[in-house]
Ligand binder design. Structure first.
Ligand SMILES: *[C@@H]1O[C@H](CO)[C@@H](O)[C@H](O)[C@H]1NC(C)=O
Ligand SMILES: *[C@@H]1O[C@H](CO)[C@@H](O)[C@H](O)[C@H]1NC(C)=O
Ligand SMILES: *[C@@H]1O[C@H](CO)[C@@H](O)[C@H](O)[C@H]1NC(C)=O
Ligand SMILES: *[C@@H]1O[C@H](CO)[C@@H](O)[C@H](O)[C@H]1NC(C)=O
Ligand SMILES: *[C@@H]1O[C@H](CO)[C@@H](O)[C@H](O)[C@H]1NC(C)=O
Ligand SMILES: *[C@@H]1O[C@H](CO)[C@@H](O)[C@H](O)[C@H]1NC(C)=O
Length: 408
C-alpha cells in the first residue's frame, strides 16, 4: 500500500519535471505581424491576435533543424526581453547590418496613428540581454504609417516607403515619401517623387547584386489598385531615382500581398486583396527579375491566408505565417511551400535542411535525449528521496516518534 502510494507520487513528480523541460511555446493566431529572417531564425513580432487585440509578442521559428508539422508542434521559441516595444499591428521590419543580425523596426498602428513617438527601434540579436533600442526621429519628416515597406541595403541604410497614416488628427491618407535612416551616422533623410502614386499594402524587395529595390502593387486612395504592369525600382546608388520596369504578362493587381525573393532572383508574390478587399484569384505569381516576365501558378490554393500574413524564403522553402484566410480570421499556422522553377511549388508538411549541412546525426540526438531523461529521472528520484527524508526528520525540540512494529 505504502509502496504503491510512493510510486504514484514519484511518477507524478517525474512527469512534472519532464513536462517543464519539454514545454513548447505555441503562439496565438494573428494578422499584420512582421517576420524577419536572421540566420536560421524567423523572428515574429506583434500583430493583431485572434481576439483583435494589439500585441508585442516576440518569438522565433527555429529553422536550423529539419522538422515535420505532422510529427509535432512547430519549433517556436519565445524570446525573453528586457524592455519592450509598443503593442502594434501593420508595422514593418528589416534585417540590417553587415552580418544582417540586427532588426530594424518602424511604425505600425498602436491605436493612435498620429503619434510620432516610439516609432523606430533596433535590436541586435547577438547581444545579451536582448533589448529594443529606441531610435530618435525628427517628427516633421518621419510620420507614423502602417502597411508600408522597409528594406535595408548592403550597408547600413534602411529605406521606408509609402504606407497609410493620419498626420495630426486629419483624415487617413497615403504616402509616397521615402524616409532613409542611416545607422552609421544615426541620421534621417527623405525624398519625394510625386510621379510615384501614394500607396500602402505594396511590397519592397532588395536585389543585392544590383542594389535596387523593386516595388510591387499596393493600393492608393479609395482602394484604387496600383498597376502591376509597371514595377518601380529605386536605384539607390543615387537616392530618390526611380525607374520603371515594364513587365510581361502581369497578374491581377493586388494589395496586402507578400513578396519573397528566391536565390535565383525571382520574386514570389503571395496572396493579396482586390479593390473590394476580396482575395485575388491567383495567390501564387512570380516575377523573374532578369526577364521581367511574370509566371502564373496554375494550382489553386485553398486554405491559405491572403492578407495580414508574412512570407519568408529560406533554403528553397517559403514559410507563409499566420494571416487571414477565407475560413480563418487569424491563423495560428505556418504553411510550408517547397519552391520549384517558374511558378511551380508544392505545399508540404516538412522542412528538410540539405543533408550536407546537417551539423549532427539523428542517433546522437536520440542518445542525448535518452541520457537527459535518465538524468532527469535520477534528479527527480534524489529530490523525492530528500523531501521524504526531510519530512521524517523531527523538528527541534520535538521528540522523535517511536515506530511501533505491528506484527503480521
Ligand atoms: C484565440 O486563440 C486562443 C489560443 O489558441 C484560444 O484559446 C481562443 O479561444 C481564440 N479566440 C478566438 C476568438 O478564436
Ligand atoms: C514569452 O516571453 C515574454 C517576455 O519574456 C513573457 O512576458 C511571456 O509571458 C512569455 N510567454 C509565454 C507563453 O511563455
Ligand atoms: C547601429 O548603430 C549603433 C550606434 O552607432 C551601433 O551600436 C550598432 O552596432 C549599429 N548596428 C549595426 C547593425 O551596424
Ligand atoms: C543607377 O544609376 C546610376 C546613375 O544613373 C547608373 O550609373 C547605374 O547603372 C544605375 N544602376 C542600375 C542597376 O540601374
Ligand atoms: C476618394 O473618395 C472621396 C469620397 O468619395 C472623394 O471625395 C475623393 O476625391 C476620392 N479620392 C480620390 C483620390 O479619388
Ligand atoms: C501548369 O500546367 C501546365 C500544363 O499542365 C504545366 O506544364 C506547368 O508546368 C504547370 N505549372 C505552371 C506554373 O505553369
Amino acid at each position: 500500500m505504502r509502496i504503491s502510494k510512493n510510486l504514484i507520487l514519484y511518477i507524478t513528480f517525474f512527469q512534472i519535471i519532464i513536462n517543464i523541460s519539454c514545454q513548447q511555446y505555441i503562439p496565438r493566431g494573428r494578422v499584420y505581424h512582421t517576420a524577419t529572417l536572421i540566420g536560421t531564425r524567423i523572428y515574429f513580432l506583434g500583430g493583431l491576435n485572434n481576439d483583435s487585440l494589439l500585441t508585442n509578442d516576440f518569438f522565433y521559428l527555429d529553422i536550423s533543424k529539419s522538422f515535420n508539422k505532422i510529427e509535432g508542434p512547430l519549433p517556436f521559441v519565445n524570446v525573453t526581453l528586457s524592455g519592450s516595444i509598443p503593442k502594434h499591428y501593420g508595422a514593418t521590419t528589416s534585417a540590417f547590418g553587415k552580418s544582417k543580425s540586427s532588426i530594424f523596426f518602424f511604425g505600425g498602428d498602436i491605436g493612435a496613428l498620429q503619434l510620432t513617438i516610439e516609432l523606430a527601434y533596433t535590436l541586435d540579436t547577438t547581444q545579451s540581454p536582448l533589448i529594443w533600442k529606441n531610435i530618435a526621429v525628427s517628427s516633421n519628416e518621419v510620420e507614423r504609417r502602417r502597411l508600408l515597406s522597409a528594406v535595408a541595403d548592403n550597408n547600413n541604410k534602411i529605406y521606408l516607403f509609402g504606407g497609410g497614416g493620419r498626420m495630426g488628427d486629419i483624415v487617413y491618407m497615403h504616402y509616397n515619401i521615402m524616409n532613409i535612416f542611416d545607422n552609421a551616422t544615426d541620421s534621417w533623410t527623405y525624398t519625394i517623387d510625386n510621379t510615384i502614386i501614394k500607396r500602402e499594402g505594396h511590397t519592397a524587395t532588395f536585389l543585392s547584386d544590383t542594389g535596387e529595390i523593386v516595388y510591387i502593387g499596393g493600393c492608393g486612395d479609395n482602394g484604387t489598385l496600383i498597376d502591376m504592369t509597371i514595377v518601380f525600382r529605386c536605384n539607390n546608388t543615387i537616392s530618390g531615382t526611380w525607374q520603371k520596369w515594364e513587365t510581361k504578362n502581369p497578374p491581377e493587381q493586388r494589395c496586402q500581398h507578400t513578396a519573397a525573393l528566391t536565390t535565383d532572383n525571382r520574386i514570389i508574390v503571395f496572396g493579396g486583396i482586390d479593390s473590394l478587399e476580396l482575395p485575388v484569384e491567383n495567390y501564387y505569381v512570380v516575377l523573374n527579375t532578369k526577364t521581367l516576365e511574370w509566371y502564373h501558378g496554375n494550382e489553386s490554393i485553398t486554405g491559405a491566408p491572403y492578407r495580414g500574413h508574412t512570407a519568408t524564403f529560406y533554403n528553397n522553402y517559403m514559410f507563409v505565417a499566420f494571416g487571414q484566410g477565407i475560413t480563418q480570421q487569424a491563423s495560428n499556422d505556418i504553411l510550408i511551400y517547397e519552391i520549384k522553377d517558374g511558378a511551380n511549388f508544392a505545399e508540404v508538411d516538412y522542412y528538410n535542411i540539405p543533408v550536407d549541412n546537417t551539423p549532427f546525426n539523428y542517433d546522437l540526438i536520440m542518445g542525448i535525449t535518452t541520457f537527459s531523461i535518465i538524468v532527469l529521472g535520477f534528479i527527480g528520484l534524489v529530490i523525492f528521496m530528500y523531501i521524504k527524508q526531510k519530512k521524517k526528520k523531527p523538528a527541534k525540540g520535538e521528540k522523535p516518534k517511536k515506530y511501533v512494529m505491528t506484527k503480521p
